[in-house]
Design a protein around this ligand. Structure first.
Ligand code: ADP
Ligand code: MG
Ligand code: MG
Length: 252
């Protein structure tokens, strides 16, 4: 079973006024088969954590470690991270001119599996995954992220998740901007992948709404750049009622 282990992670972002420390000692272990929700107020550093795991150049790890089965993730290039089985939904947030969804997915699958999937079975796999996510077949021929609506981007993320089957999936605000129907479809996709028992999921969200559809095994409250409290699903219920106030008082 693959294990992602984050240890005392400190991350700074470059600003005009110099480096600004955003993550202040994050400790978290996610194992294949587990679903963790990271919840927290806006600006607490949740996306910074996701970007840091993705290897985004703007975020500098100043101390701490991230390991996948003992291998140093921070030493890996973005591609190597994907090949190692770490999936970051925002890894490809940009438009990829001239590359269709279908080609993009096949290239990604080839990189991750180490060989190109057989064309005939691949086309079928993609078609079936798209049907499950209620994605129009024409979507496969569109260029990646070109003119995608918010909902299309999220469905595309889950389509990647279903087809690429990573060991560890990091989903940042997958629920934001989705209407109830899209939220249900997206959540069902996450749950299907989860049921394989082969993916460890880090579900980052500001709202408790998605947790009605995806029941996390572990809930962590993120505040001021670190995990302020961890618990089971009942912690999400408490947050739904009481909000984040208790965690943010006392200034930055
Ligand atoms: P969250 O996802 O929890 O809302 P973020 O990680 O997006 O929080 O942001 C945490 C803090 O780091 C905020 O104060 C934000 O302004 C700052 N920050 C994040 N990314 C950058 C960046 N690229 N440049 C400057 N400041 C940033
Ligand atoms: Mg934010
Ligand atoms: Mg964010």
């Amino acid at each position: 079973m693959a294990t992602l282990e984050i240890n005392d992670l400190h991350v700074s972002v470059e600003t005009e006024g110099g480096p600004n420390e955003i993550l202040r000692g994050v400790d978290l272990t996610v194992k294949q088969g587990e679903t963790h929700a990271i919840m927290g107020p806006n600006g607490s550093g949740k996306s910074t954590l996701a970007y840091s795991l993705a290897g985004h150049p703007k975020y500098t790890v100043t101390s701490g470690s991230v390991k996948l089965d003992g291998e140093d993730v921070l030493e890996m290039s973005v591609d190597e991270r994907a090949r190692a089985g770490v999936f970051l939904a925002m890894q490809y947030p940009v438009e990829v001119p001239g590359v269709s969804v279908s080609n993009f997915l096949r290239t990604s699958a080839t990189a991750i599996r180490g060989e190109a999937p057989k064309l005939r079975t691949w086309v079928k796999e993609v078609k079936e995954a798209m049907e499950r996510l209620s994605i129009d077949p024409a979507f496969a021929e569109r260029n990646v992220n070109e003119g995608f609506s918010g909902g299309e981007k999220k469905r595309h993320e889950i389509l990647q998740l279903e087809l690429l089957r990573p060991k560890i999936a990091i989903l940042d605000e997958t629920d934001s901007g989705l209407d109830v129907d899209a939220l249900r479809v997206v959540s069902e996709g996450v749950n299907r992948v989860r049921e394989t028992g082969e993916v460890g999921t880090l579900l980052i969200t500001h709202y408790t709404r998605i947790l009605r559809y995806i029941k996390p095994d572990h809930v962590h409250v993120f505040a001021k750049g670190r995990i302020a409290e961890s618990g089971g699903p009942e912690l999400a219920d408490k947050l739904e009622e009481e909000g984040y106030e208790e965690y943010v008082k006392g200034g930055a």
